[in-house]
Every structure is written in structure tokens, then in C-alpha cells.
Design a protein around this ligand. Structure first.
Ligand code: SF4
Ligand code: SF4
Length: 406
């Protein structure tokens, strides 16, 4: 049986009792549908040898160099589900679509806006998954009439979730490294329920991207180094979310106005253009940061406001300093000089990371006010790295002015 997309229905109590494994599997799929999962498939828990080999190769060749915790040992653990739960006999692979018809508000003059990856527009999907997976586990226990050993996982490196989804028939590996489903495209979040009994597995889909390569040249940073291979350090998603320190100068102009994550290689995908939207209120823009937040406001957000505003949002992963760093870069790239006063104020904030990137943005925006703010700060700045950023920004301004004059 092949995994199929399902449409959410209101939850109901279990009324039928299964008489065999196929019937039980159908009931679990039905219950997953009632709970609001958009996709469900079943996979055997044998080690994911192919995925493990690919990960090992990428660790060795430095493709994951920005993720020091992603070691060979960790990859080996993730490649065999029995490391997580020795009793596992079946993995239920589940997908939730986060696509909506909402459109981000465009920037207006004097009010530059940043871009946020779609999955992060609303509330943290981990909470949504956790509640639904727990409810599904409880229903499975009710169906089989005994306590069931289980593990619930959502978007975690503790399991090779894309390889699980592929084996369970949810979709195929796109050349942009995402799992692509015929109905929902790659706008899907993945989760798993590990169970201690055997069910008939689904088969993997035979489809692939064919001759399409659209996502590869579309990546502004060249992070897709070959079909299906992502150089993590070059990916805007990694740089804006997981990377904690200084963003290399040569990467900053390539990042555009992405504030948190990046969707470019998904947006250009023809499969995604036809994708059906999901229906999950907590993931909608009204419940979180939305798709186009005000960059000046975020550059100046206080630590308390950051904590309060992003308590239930995936955006908290970027941390307070990281989000303001990203806002500074995005403002530099947005090219709206209305941001200069805020960037000038940021030159004296308490976080060196934000001061340095704000200096870069001022150098990029240019003009007399930016130059005066940089010069003034250079007199009092004590951090060596920030001083070097201010000096580089002043040089850039000078070059820009000479080019204009000459
Ligand atoms: Fe490139 Fe953005 Fe895709 Fe990363 S998320 S590979 S930066 S297009
Ligand atoms: Fe595959 Fe083309 Fe989509 Fe890239 S853009 S993931 S190559 S279908």
C-alpha cells in the first residue's frame, strides 16, 4: 500500500476494533487523519544504510562544518532507529502541511520588511506535533488494548526523518534536499511515532525530480553544490538560525532580506507551485511573526520583548542577538536609508555582534549620516572586531563616494 495524502476531519472516539495487522494499520491512518495530520505512511525500522552513508560522506567532506554537534557518532545513532528504542518494529511517518494562501506584506518606503521562512510564520510546530503524536499514541493503545512502547519525534536530528518519510512513501528526495510530496510539495513538517509492534510497511514512491534542476541555480549563495547536496555553511537558513557568531562578510550581500530561514529553493520548485495548502491555525501568520516583519522594530527589540513576543515561535531559536544581527544585515540589503538612524543607534547597543553587523549595514547604505555615525563610534568602540567592521564600512563608503564623484 502506498502512503496517501489525507484531509483533516474532526477527532472522534475509537469505535472499531481491528482484527488483523492491515486493519489496525488502516485504523491508525484513519485516526491520524482525524487528528489533523496531512500525510501518514508506515516504514520498517531497519537501519537507514543509504542515508547514513550520505550523511557520513557529508560530515567527512565538511558539508556540516557549522554543526559541530553533528558528528559521525551522532549520524550513526540517527541512522538506526533501534538506538532510540530497541523494541521498535514500526515507524509511523507523519506530515503536516504549513502552506497557506497568506501573502507577506511588501516593504513600503521608510518601513523595510524582512522575509521569514514559511514554516516559522506562526507558532512553534513542535508543540502542534507533540500534542497530536501523544493523542495518536493513546489511540493506538486503545486500539490494541494494551500499553504500547512508543517514541514521539518531531523535526529532530535523532532520527533521519527525511529517509523515514521516503521509505514510508510520503515523498521523494528533491534536488533541493527536501522531501517532495505530490499533493503538498515540500511545504511539510515531519514527525514520527515509533511503535513496538509490526505493521505492513508502505512502499517508497518511484517519482523523482526528473530533468528539472531549477532549485540549484536559484540558490543565491551556491549552497546546493550538486543535486541533493547542501553545503550547510553557505545556506541562509543555517546562517540566520543556527549560526551563532559573525556572518562572513562575503555572505552578507547574498542573504537579501531573509531574517529567519530561506524558502528560495522551495519557492522556485514547480511541484510546490501546485501544492495544496494545509489547515493548521497555530501555524498561520496571525499566531506569530508572519512572513514580513518590520526590520527596524526587530533591530531595536529589547531582550524582554524578544522573550515575550517569540515565546511560542520557532524564531526564538535565532536568539536575541542573532535575530538583531540578521535584521541589521537585512536592513543593509534592503537599501532603504530610513533605517540609518536605527542602525546608528545600534552602534552603541550592548551586543558586539549587533554593533559590528550594523556598521556593515551603514557602510552598505552609505551617505553622510551613516559616515558620521561610524566615525563617531570609532572614537569610543573598544571591541577589536567591531572596530575592524567600522573601519571596513568607512572604507566601503569612501570607495562608493569616489566612484560617484569620479
Ligand atoms: Fe539556498 Fe536558501 Fe535553499 Fe539554503 S534555503 S539552499 S540558501 S535557496
Ligand atoms: Fe526537484 Fe526541480 Fe523541485 Fe529542485 S526545483 S526540488 S529539481 S522538482
Amino acid at each position: 500500500m502506498r502512503a496517501t495524502p489525507i484531509t483533516p476531519e474532526p477527532a472522534t472516539a475509537i469505535t472499531k476494533q481491528p482484527s488483523n495487522a492491515s486493519e489496525l494499520k488502516a485504523l491508525i491512518a484513519e485516526r491520524a487523519q482525524e487528528l489533523g495530520f496531512d500525510l501518514v505512511g508506515f516504514a520498517s525500522p531497519e537501519p537507514f544504510v543509504e542515508a547514513l552513508r550520505a550523511i557520513e560522506e557529508r560530515v567527512v567532506t565538511g558539508m556540516y562544518s557549522g554543526l559541530p554537534w553533528f558528528s559521525l557518532e551522532r549520524a550513526q545513532v540517527a541512522g538506526d532507529p533501534r538506538n532510540l528504542m530497541p523494541e521498535v518494529r514500526t515507524i509511523v511517518s507523519l506530515g503536516i502541511s504549513y502552506l497557506s494562501y497568506a501573502q507577506p506584506e511588501p516593504s513600503a518606503a521608510g518601513r523595510p520588511r524582512g522575509k521569514v521562512a514559511r514554516y516559522a510564520w506562526g507558532e512553534d510546530y513542535h508543540d502542534l506535533f507533540r500534542d497530536k503524536l501523544r493523542a495518536l499514541h493513546a489511540s493506538v493503545e486503545e486500539m490494541v488494548g494494551r500499553p504500547v512502547e512508543a517514541r514521539t519525534l518531531s523535526d529532530t536530528a535523532r532520527i533521519v526523518d527525511r529517509a523515514v518519510a521516503q521509505r514510508a512513501g510520503l515523498g521523494w528526495y528533491g534536488k533541493n534536499t527536501n522531501i517532495l510530496n505530490r499533493t503538498f510539495g515540500s511545504w511539510i513538517l515531519l514527525g514520527e511515532l515509533l511503535l513496538d509492534f509490526e505493521l505492513p510497511p508502505d512502499s517508497a514512491v518511484r517519482t523523482n525530480c526528473g530533468s528539472c534542476t531549477r532549485c540549484i541555480p536559484a540558490c543565491p549563495t551556491g549552497a546546493l553544490v550538486e543535486p541533493g547536496v547542501l553545503h550547510n555553511d553557505r545556506c541562509i537558513s543555517y546562517l540566520t538560525i543556527e549560526h551563532r557568531g559573525v556572518i562572513p562578510r562575503e555572505m552578507r550581500p547574498l542573504m537579501g532580506t531573509w531574517l529567519f530561514g530561506c524558502d528560495i529553493c522551495q519557492e522556485v520548485c514547480p511541484v510546490n507551485r501546485k501544492a495544496a495548502p494545509g489547515n493548521h491555525d497555530t501555524l498561520s501568520s496571525e499566531r506569530g511573526i508572519g512572513g514580513s516583519p518590520d526590520l527596524i522594530e526587530l533591530l531595536e527589540i529589547s531582550e524582554d520583548d524578544f522573550r515575550e513576543r517569540f515565546r511560542r515561535s520557532p524564531v526564538k531559536r535565532a536568539k536575541w542577538g542573532g535575530l538583531r544581527r540578521n535584521a541589521a544585515i537585512a536592513l543593509g540589503n534592503a537599501g532603504d536609508r530610513a533605517a540609518i538612524p536605527a542602525l546608528a543607534r545600534a552602534l552603541s547597543c550592548e551586543t558586539a555582534l549587533v554593533r559590528g553587523h550594523s556598521a556593515w549595514a551603514l557602510g552598505r547604505l552609505g551617505g553622510a549620516t551613516a559616515r558620521d555615525a561610524l566615525r563617531e563610534r570609532l572614537w569610543v568602540e573598544e571591541d577589536e572586531w567591531v572596530r575592524s567592521e567600522i573601519a571596513a564600512a568607512l572604507r566601503e563608503l569612501q570607495v562608493g563616494e569616489s566612484e560617484r564623484d569620479g
